[in-house]
Design a protein around this ligand. Structure first.
Ligand SMILES: CC(C)(COP(=O)(O)OP(=O)(O)OC[C@H]1O[C@@H](n2cnc3c(N)ncnc32)[C@H](O)[C@@H]1OP(=O)(O)O)[C@@H](O)C(=O)NCCC(=O)NCCS
Length: 205
């Protein structure tokens, strides 16, 4: 599914289960050694997806440890992004000479819990959701994909209200970043299917 959102030059892998053999290096095992089984499984399958995608770029397998604020520590010259939600895991990677950053997010295709939309959106974003049931979680998904692409470039937090997202029917979105930083906007793509919402942004060089 995720491959439908990505331009040439971005490699990807996805799984709908956790049946992946020998997924983690010992040094990665230590990261989740005290985590609950669900977290251990999603972390391991995310790393497996990442190594599968890196292999497509010709990058040999190596540990991918969490780096600053939880962002994956990619090999030199690589940008990438990992996502997982119930029933889905994916990783995307690209060479930094092709794209400056990438971000992906997956969510269940279900409405947000009550009160969350107000916390993660601007009034004008809520206005565009009027008459579009089920799109509140898609807005959230797009924003999370933006954060994952933003953080490795800016190395600072981006609040949900610091990006103004316009979701377009047809599977695209754009975002205006409302604070100073290395990027003033993002262009992304989204899709729904198999009970999932997926969003991806790529930042050209
Ligand atoms: C970090 C965050 C985006 C993760 O999203 P999520 O939907 O909770 O979880 P996902 O499974 O999709 O993604 C988790 C993965 O994101 C990646 N990630 C975590 N922190 C990250 C960061 N600072 N930068 C980039 N990627 C990050 C990791 O790979 C993580 O998986 P791993 O720990 O197994 O390696 C989210 O928890 C968060 O903090 N959001 C608030 C910031 C935000 O979204 N602002 C909106 C700006 S418009």
């Amino acid at each position: 599914m995720i491959g439908d959102l990505l331009p040439p030059g971005v490699a990807w892998a996805e799984r709908f289960d956790d049946e992946v053999p020998g997924a983690l290096y010992p040094v990665e095992e230590q990261v989740v050694a005290k985590a609950v089984p669900k977290r251990r499984r999603e972390f391991a399958t995310g790393r497996w997806c990442a190594r599968q995608a890196l292999h497509q770029l010709g990058v040999p397998p190596a540990p991918i440890l969490p780096a600053e604020r939880g962002a994956p520590g990619w090999p030199p010259g690589i940008a990438g992004s990992i996502t997982h939600c119930d029933g889905y895991r994916a990783a995307v990677v690209t060479r930094l000479d092709a794209y400056a950053s990438v971000g992906v997010d997956a969510e269940p295709d279900e409405p947000l819990p009550p009160g969350v939309l107000e916390a993660i959106s601007l009034p004008e974003e809520r206005a565009q959701l009027t008459g579009r049931p089920g799109r509140d979680r898609l807005l959230f998904c797009a924003k999370e994909s933006i954060y994952k692409a933003w953080f490795p470039l800016a190395r600072r937090w981006l609040d949900f209200t610091e990006a103004r997202v316009e979701l377009r029917e047809g599977g695209t979105f754009s975002a205006e970043i409302l604070v100073d930083g290395p990027v003033s906007g993002f262009e992304g793509r989204w899709l729904t299917g198999s009970g999932l919402l997926l969003a991806a942004v790529t930042v050209p060089r």
